[in-house]
Design a protein around this ligand. Sequence first.
Ligand code: ASP
Ligand code: MG
Length: 443
Amino acid sequence: MIVMKFGGSSVANAERIRYVTGIVKPLLDQKPVLVLSAMGDTTDHLLEAADHALKGIVSIETIENLHKQTIKELGLDAQVLQEVDALLSELKSLLVGISLIKELTNRTKDYLVSFGERLSIRIAASYFRTAGIKAKALDAWDAGFRSDANYSQAEVLSEAWESIAKTLIPLVDSGVLPVVTGFIAKDSQGNITTLGRGGSDLTATLIGSACKAQEVQVWKDVDGILTADPRLVKTARPVEVVTYEEAAELAYFGAQVLHPRSMQPCIATGTTVRVKNSYNPAAPGTRIVSKLDGQTGPVRAITSKKNVTLVDIVSSRMLGQYGFLAGVFEAFSAHKISVDMVATSEVSISLTLDAAHDLGALKRDLEKIASVTIKEKKAIITIIGDVRRSSEILERAFGVCSTLGVQVQMISQGASKVNISFIVDDAEAPQVVQGLHRAFFEA
Ligand code: ASP
Ligand code: MG
């Protein structure tokens, strides 16, 4: 068995659904299970409809038009139209309810956004059948998905793994293509829950892990995970293989990969995830695995994050005084400002923040115990790779900076053991990323 997940943009309209059919058909002998997101921006449109309902306006026009137009363009039968109509009228009743009670709990919100995925799988499965595939649309709860009642961020229960396998394995073994809703589940009371935005990736990795699939394929619009942002580095290329930890780290640093949480089930089972490009299905994409096999370089990818503020805090108390770091972090906590990178010495601490904060009041508080310098327009450069080879990585990285005449202003090595980050001026970030890319990938 393989699991194939297609996100909202891959099933955004009739043309894209036809295109997905072309990708799935040649792989039917590998017994795929499909996981789909809601069509296009439907999840956002559902949330907007709820906002309008809270203000007394009930309308499902955008959502209704998209789905009915797609049914028409795909030439689907009356049965799917009936199913879609039933869902749309249930949705409308729900919005009327929201407009009357003028209240939207997380539980109601989960029920509401579930319509996106429930609509998309029915339309896609119906089209697959017209293309000669024995497809069956399954709401996640009919495929065994049970979760806790933590609405909007629900966790799938470990007991669910067995029922997921018991439902899906016999289906694929009998030649059926299950088409499962991503993102949603039901709690033990039968209420609909969601796994958090972007949760379809997690649905796919859960199915893959529960059924011991050969591979979970996440289909995107790019050739997998890239060595650098292609807008900065023209020669950026797909990374062949990364570990789960490296992929999670890349996701935190804004690379267009998977939701960090979606890696968790696979870490437990060692199931391989592959990021594939739907516009280039022949390309191998990026494999995400528990351990790197053969020969790989020390570095997997380079990322940068601009518009970061660097704060240097030097203790005004005596050397060796305790409580200094606690005092510093208390101040950040009191002002609800979250810190990204940290580096310390005996008497000083440097840290970085997103530029979005107003730091006046924080600075006044910190100045009670330290002298504070705030430096704006900095960039964090992050090298994701094998930190067991950190000396080699640092030597080459600093060689690049010194050749470029760039001053490194702070450095930290992540506890996750896969990233090395340092700070340079914003304006220097592009040439540093390009220089590092040349040194690590083009040498
Ligand atoms: N449709 C949901 C969202 O937009 C889930 C997903 O796409 O993964 O967040
Ligand atoms: Mg989506």
